[in-house]
Design a protein around this ligand. Structure first.
Ligand code: MLT
Length: 259
């Protein structure tokens, strides 16, 4: 799959079974900070910034899920990880499913967090294209203001995590946001591929996720052979950051099943 290359900025800490964490939209690798802290004593933990987000430069054009997956493929080849456990949150999950389709031999396990397999509705895709035009005219502020409050559950908002979440979004470039919006709008339905996933899979969601309802995670877990579903109470969309103790425990237990 030819992809215009990009050098991804990435956190890469620890030794052992490689865990690669892919952030959602319009976030950056900071959203996985609690997992870097929680697993780098026992695993090699890699958390990249996707093209156009965090410290990774944007690339002109549409960032399809396949292109993002190609960037991840290049990253793990450059870093010589061998087969990985690949975790993706939300848009990161769309990318992880594209990666599983193209590079199944590079996977030891999959972790799908607050995500889904289905494509955008026609109305949803049209909304993304309209938002992309707005970002071109006005910058990323309208997207950040719309998305940030929906990322976490209500009690977490009260605890002041909101500013931290905005911080994860602050470095997104307008070109990166536009590319990802257009890429998500045109992404394919990944449902048909789920039955063919042949590695251990963990599906995690927060029961207060308002962006991608927990029912989507239930569907994923039913369709992927042997998948384990964990629903974390009192957590919203950004469950891994909002409830790190519960999330990391679920991941740690499940990792015992990965060979
Ligand atoms: C995300 O968190 O990555 C987004 O909510 C995904 C989406 O907009 O579909």
């Amino acid at each position: 799959m030819p992809t215009p290359g990009v050098i991804m900025a990435a956190t890469d800490e620890g030794k052992g079974l490689p865990l690669v964490f892919v952030h959602g939209f319009p976030l950056s690798r900071g959203a996985w900070r609690r997992q870097v802290e929680g697993f780098s004593a026992t695993h090699r933990v890699i958390a990249p910034d996707l093209r156009g987000f965090g410290d990774t430069p944007p690339v002109p054009g549409t960032s399809t899920m396949d292109r993002f997956a190609g960037d991840l493929h290049d990253l793990i080849q450059q870093r010589g990880t061998g087969p990985i456990v690949l975790a993706g949150h939300s848009m990161g999950g769309y990318i992880v499913l594209a990666f599983a389709r193209h590079y199944p031999e590079l996977l030891r396990g999959l972790v799908l967090v607050g995500t889904k397999a289905g494509p955008d509705t026609p109305e949803g895709a049209a909304g993304r294209r309209a938002t992309a035009e707005k970002v071109q005219a006005e910058g990323t502020a309208p997207v950040i203001e719309a998305m940030a409050p929906k990322m976490i559950g209500r009690p977490a908002t009260e605890a002041g995590l909101g500013a931290e979440v905005r911080g994860f979004m602050a470095s997104a470039s307008p070109q990166g946001v536009v590319g990802a919006l257009l890429g998500m709008a045109e992404r394919a339905d990944a449902t048909a591929g789920l039955a063919g996933i042949g590695v251990p899979t963990l599906v995690v969601t927060g029961d207060e996720d308002v962006l991608i309802p927990p029912a989507e995670s239930e569907k994923l877990a039913k369709a992927i052979p042997g998948a384990v579903l964990r629903i974390i109470p009192g957590a919203g969309h950004l469950v891994a950051h909002e409830k790190p103790r519960e999330f990391n425990l679920a991941l740690k237990e499940w990792l015992l099943t990965v060979r």
